[in-house]
Design a protein around this ligand. Sequence first.
Ligand code: ATP
Ligand code: ATP
Ligand code: MG
Ligand code: MG
Lengths: 162, 162, 165, 165
Amino acid sequence: AEREFMLTFEQIAKAFESTFTALFGGGTTDLYLTDADNPLESGVEVFAQPPGKRQKHLSLLSGGERAMTALALLFAMLEVKPSPFCVLDEIDAALDATNTDRFVAILKEFAKRTQFIVITHNPRTMEAVDLLHGITMQEAGVSQRISVELRDAQEEGRRQQE
Amino acid sequence: AEREFMLTFEQIAKAFESTFTALFGGGTTDLYLTDADNPLESGVEVFAQPPGKRQKHLSLLSGGERAMTALALLFAMLEVKPSPFCVLDEIDAALDATNTDRFVAILKEFAKRTQFIVITHNPRTMEAVDLLHGITMQEAGVSQRISVELRDAQEEGRRQQE
Amino acid sequence: MHLNSVAMRGFKSFADHTELEFGHGLTAIVGPNGAGKSNIADAILWVLGEQSNRAIRTQTSQDVIFAGTDERSPLGMSEVRLLLDNSDGMLPVDFTEVEVYRRLYRTGDSEYGINNSACRLRDVHDLFVDTGVGQAAYSLVGQGEIEAVLSVRSEDRRELMEEVA
Amino acid sequence: MHLNSVAMRGFKSFADHTELEFGHGLTAIVGPNGAGKSNIADAILWVLGEQSNRAIRTQTSQDVIFAGTDERSPLGMSEVRLLLDNSDGMLPVDFTEVEVYRRLYRTGDSEYGINNSACRLRDVHDLFVDTGVGQAAYSLVGQGEIEAVLSVRSEDRRELMEEVA
Ligand SMILES: Nc1ncnc2c1ncn2[C@@H]1O[C@H](COP(=O)(O)OP(=O)(O)OP(=O)(O)O)[C@@H](O)[C@H]1O
Ligand SMILES: Nc1ncnc2c1ncn2[C@@H]1O[C@H](COP(=O)(O)OP(=O)(O)OP(=O)(O)O)[C@@H](O)[C@H]1O
Ligand SMILES: [Mg+2]
Ligand SMILES: [Mg+2]
């Protein structure tokens, strides 16, 4: 069990480096055990630096940078053990345009192996999907599904943001 | 001290009802002490129901509804004891268009008594302010301030969201 | 294995029967605040056998049953059905299409079923236990939860990675 | 009493001297992810005498000093200056304009001042103690913190309201 965990852990660390650099266009990562002699009791620490930056702790990263780092770790785990499907609820909330595009690019890449269902307010994310469901409450307190055209949904989403 | 707290508490409860109904266009609120005999040891529980809905717990509210409820409570406290200035960092992140407009309306109202500095990605919020500062990192890792025109900032913000 | 569709009625704000189909590619669910989007994520977790109230934002298990509005009475039951494509045989049953359902009555009674054959909650768990679905924290990221991936205790992060192994 | 401007250099990502003016009305700070917007909120808290690392997202106090980049060396000091309009006399000093500054050197030495007169941290705290600024949790809401207003323990919420009283 320890052997198996160590193997997986190294795979995740390697995947994390590649997903992080894909999302940030560069940078440095490290995933390490706090107690290497006792992997199954140990903690796992994350070190991540966006390109050109030198801050020492994750806490110094911005909200958007932390969201991108978390996404990199999530996708790293999905790379090592793909889940058949994955539901993501507003994980793009903190991302600006550039970061949303990078997130969408990696999402499309991973969509070859995993079925993604994303809940979003972000028109750029909507741009990337194949199927769109609109949820509304025409009657107060009662939800229903409606078909939405991409253009209308994006317009609404853009109206949402402006 | 207990007398003073009770007085303030009742004022906050009353203000909360009015800020909540302003933000939700209706609904019901209650702010109550868990231990009314020992106010200074007690907890404070929040009950809030958007118009037409009947859910019993705050946890059942949506992300956007919880953000609006939190804002209502924040503004209620500001109403009872105005702060000279108030810094709000991306508190509109979870809000859709309609809710952003309602938040902006109450913000402008309270701006008569309190100086607000808001950090935002939301073009609708930008629409409401009198002064805009752009922060960029033209050199990697080094922040600087630039002047931005409202139109450009909103365009960027809209681009941010699409 | 992938999701074909989810259907629900009486589940949280979905008082009336509602069905969502999922394509093979990326699906997005959109709409205003409070419309019911996250409730759909809750429904998927719930029908897969979720037992933690916190995971679906409830305080008691009956909170998933439509509570009524000013115009409508509360309902007595909540039901969710999940239809899966099993052509790759990932699920340990001999069907290419698998439907899982779960019902909760206001009395507290629960019903579970696989392909219209009543079963226990444990059977639903067993169906998915080797697929990484439902249990794996990284196959569903709830609203506001992405930050948690970084802010959990480092031991919890190791446990999360143990699930990947 | 209101803010006229904040100026900083060597504070987190603001390696070079930067100044922001604040109008009487609503001011917005905008820009891409990681640009430094929240660092400005941190700077305002910090110059008002914030002592908690968590409140300004640092692990050690020296984390506020510009740490350098691939192109630039780290700096040896961080300085923030806050200029306030005191025409309403809310601050207990005889000036209509009050400037508060704070410096931290990489050696660990700190300097504080009010109107270019060196003072102790306590004097900065005392200056603002009756105004509700800085201390009141509801005069600064950090990124991702709005949810906390609802999710804190109910005793903490009562304490927050005691501050209002
Ligand atoms: N048992 C129930 N009966 C009726 N309504 C319910 C029940 N449980 C939750 N709701 C309602 O469902 C709504 C929340 O839906 P949900 O969290 O899915 O919104 P959302 O579309 O994700 O919104 P947001 O964009 O703000 O996250 C709330 O208004 C809540 O009152
Ligand atoms: N001591 C320091 N020296 C240099 N850079 C620092 C230092 N402390 C923090 N930073 C950098 O500041 C950046 C974070 O800035 P900030 O949190 O203000 O971003 P933001 O504009 O609020 O972004 P977002 O929109 O994502 O919230 C990080 O990239 C971090 O590396
Ligand atoms: Mg939601
Ligand atoms: Mg920020």
